[in-house]
Design a protein around this ligand. Sequence first.
Ligand code: ASP
Length: 332
Amino acid sequence: MFALAIHGGAGTITRASLTPDSEREYRAALAAALATGYDMLRDGAAALDAVEAAVRSLEDCPLFNAGRGAVFTHDGHHEMDAALMSGHNRLAGAVTGVREVQNPIRAARLVMEKTEHVLLGYPGADDLAREYGLPLQPVEYFFTQHRYIQLQEALREGRMRLDHSQARPTTELPTTAPLEEPVKFTDVPEPDPNWKKGTVGAVARDQHGHLAAATSTGGMTNKRYSRIGDTPLIGAGTWADERCAISCTGNGEYFIRAVAAYDIACLMEYKGLSLEEAARIVVQDKLAPVGGEGGLIAVDAAGNVTLPFNSDGMYRASQVEGGAALVAIYKE
Ligand code: ASP
């Protein structure tokens, strides 16, 4: 039984926050990414190839906070993180702080396959992508107006925020305004429950029973230079072994401290829990009470899929062999 699940971020996503048109766009983008990966799995592709392809599709879509639609850092740059992991052989690759490579998930795969390392960061990771001929893009490629407005808002608020793509900016701001004076990070702000989440991910079980996970993100709007979230940290935002494959989205600092993705694998191994129960415990009982808003997608060795989140919504889609495609956004 092959199976695929994808996400495009979790957070304050309500019916009131999306216009019918933008909801249609999100649903279409999710359906297209799902179909890309599902068709590959149906044709016998490896789980690793399917999750990479699904994530690439979402990275190329400006709606999501990854690749093209990545959010702005405090300094007005983009620093993207990505990771992928192959379950049966426990191989993993990740990049952090890349600025040029069009598809950070492809750079993560290069780290896994062409180097002896797991995580490469900053110019060196872009250099690897360049060395192997991956498409690079100028800064303009990663510029999206709504992300720029989100940065202006975050600078005014003086805090770092998680932003999923938002078609309707909440405030009217001049579109050509220069970046405001950077704020100083002297106080650690309380988590704001209205922060929105971004990030894309995919998990799959292929026809050979192999599992894989991939995650890619622009991180948090107004993040401090060189901040690293959970996405590229194997075990925190991304994990795959022979039992399960997990891709997370949410406030990364919480997912790092919870070692969220790996905790699901541990609960399954040490306590004998089902995928669904283990994922529910991590999302609802461990992350939610401490403010770790977000969610994850997960698949197990039998092809069971679960998509838990503790936020208002999560862009998500899944399909198991022979079944119908599910595309959903809100809490049902
Ligand atoms: N987890 C990501 C990070 O903290 C953000 C997200 O999921 O939206 O970088």
